[in-house]
Design a protein around this ligand. Structure first.
Ligand code: AMP
Length: 398
């Protein structure tokens, strides 16, 4: 079966067509500037790349163009739409309404719209627009929703509750949900396979470090805690997000800067994190270059990121009562040896011993072990593959 994985944003729609027999991506691409002048689709297939410059006023036109590209003479990989056995949609937030991959039905869409939009106003509405567009264009193809939050639904109450009145959780759903679940699930399962151990016998901390970063504690194959919270603003500081801070300072900052509640949250999402600390960039490549050239604030931003990530690893080892493996993944986790070394420095007391040469070795896109042979805790770099998880879950559900 071939599964089309769709990840729709407000003005973008990324896709991959995956052949489930081989688990290989046979075509991929993305529509950009949907609803904005100058929209285009960049499509890859058959080892070629082609740009389709076409007006895309909405997501329906975008998905139609994707289906056209999948059947194109040059970059096309299928003859007819019927070859697509199912569509898997990435959905960011589920609230407590869905705790697993779910088949798309009219009731499910209604629940998403009525209950989850306010939980993820930037992500869920455009994703649902993408689902509806696909339903219009491919009404007979089964579709599944794969939630970023599902993997975290196993967290115990003591981990996901905030210290607010219990009624605020019951009445409004104010709690930690966590994000990047498909990635944490994938890399923790890959780690178990690599270590030739059953997931139930492993205590793993997975560090998904990218533009958005989150760290999870995976005990016996189940997520027991994670650093992101009610929204993806929580946890370590990120590219442009502040990460955890005292809520009183948020109100103070809003007052000082003359910002509304909504605007101060936008500020903490878009203008803070390592970009705000360094004053240079949200991109770790720029920060590393800046620090090497003596820019103290770039060095400080890197130091803070490494320190905060290290603290999560330590606290999750304590929460799980042990640690067998640390996994690094995503843009920074997979590509920045200097950050990995900074995160791991000082964790020798937990049984972590870095192999410096292995850590510096060039990323070849495969799993590699960067802990020393005699390190009690294994440290792995594992390329994440969220699309493959979405495709697998979709195929399994069907
Ligand atoms: P992601 O959100 O997973 O795509 O990660 C994006 C971040 O990863 C970028 O902001 C960069 O800071 C970092 N990144 C990606 N590739 C590299 C690289 N080759 N070297 C250093 N950092 C990288």
């Amino acid at each position: 079966m071939k599964v089309l994985v769709v990840n729709a944003g407000s003005s973008s729609l990324k896709y991959q067509l995956i052949d489930m027999e081989t688990e290989k991506v046979i075509a991929k691409g993305g529509c950009e500037r949907i609803g904005i002048a100058g929209s285009l689709l960049k499509a890859k297939g058959n080892g070629k790349e082609k740009v389709f410059e076409q007006d895309m006023p909405n997501h329906k036109v975008a998905i139609e163009l994707v289906l056209h590209a999948l059947r194109d003479k040059e970059v096309g990989v299928i003859k007819s739409m019927e070859e697509i056995g199912a569509v898997g949609h990435r959905m960011v937030a589920s609230g407590e309404f869905f705790n697993k991959t779910t088949l798309v039905t009219p009731e499910v869409i209604k629940t998403l719209e009525e209950k989850t939009f306010e939980l993820a106003p930037l992500h869920n509405p455009p994703a649902v627009t993408g689902v509806k567009a696909c339903l219009e264009v491919m009404p007979n193809t089964p579709m599944a929703l794969v939630f970023d939050t599902s993997f975290h639904s196993t967290m115990p109450e003591k981990a996901y509750l905030y210290g607010v009145a219990y009624e605020d959780y019951k009445d409004y759903g104010v709690r930690k949900y966590g994000f990047h679940g498909t990635s944490h699930k994938f890399v923790s399962q890959e780690a178990a396979k690599y270590l030739k151990k059953a997931p139930k016998d492993l205590k793993i901390v997975t560090c998904h470090l990218g533009n958005g970063s989150s760290i999870s504690a995976v005990d016996g194959g189940k997520c027991v805690d994670t650093s992101m919270g009610f929204t993806p603003l929580a946890g370590v500081l990120m590219g442009t997000r502040s990460g955890d801070m005292d809520p009183s300072a948020v109100e103070f900052l809003a007052r000082k800067k003359g910002l509304s509640h909504a605007d101060v949250i936008t500020y903490l999402n878009k203008k803070c994190g390592v970009a705000g600390i360094s004053g240079v960039s949200s991109d770790f490549r720029d920060l590393i270059a800046g620090a090497q050239q003596g820019n103290k604030r770039c060095a400080l931003a890197l130091d803070m990121f490494e320190y905060q990530t290290k603290k999560f690893i330590g606290s999750y080892a304590a929460a799980m009562g042990g640690l067998d493996c640390i996994v690094f993944t995503a843009g920074i986790g997979e590509n920045t040896p200097v950050v990995r070394a900074g995160v791991l420095e000082g964790l020798e007391f937990l049984g972590v011993k870095l192999d410096k040469a292995a850590n510096e070795a060039k990323n070849d896109g495969t799993i590699h072990e960067i802990s020393a042979k005699d390190s009690r805790v294994k440290v792995l770099v594992i390329p994440t593959n969220e699309e493959l998880v979405i495709a697998r879950e979709t195929a399994e559900l069907l």
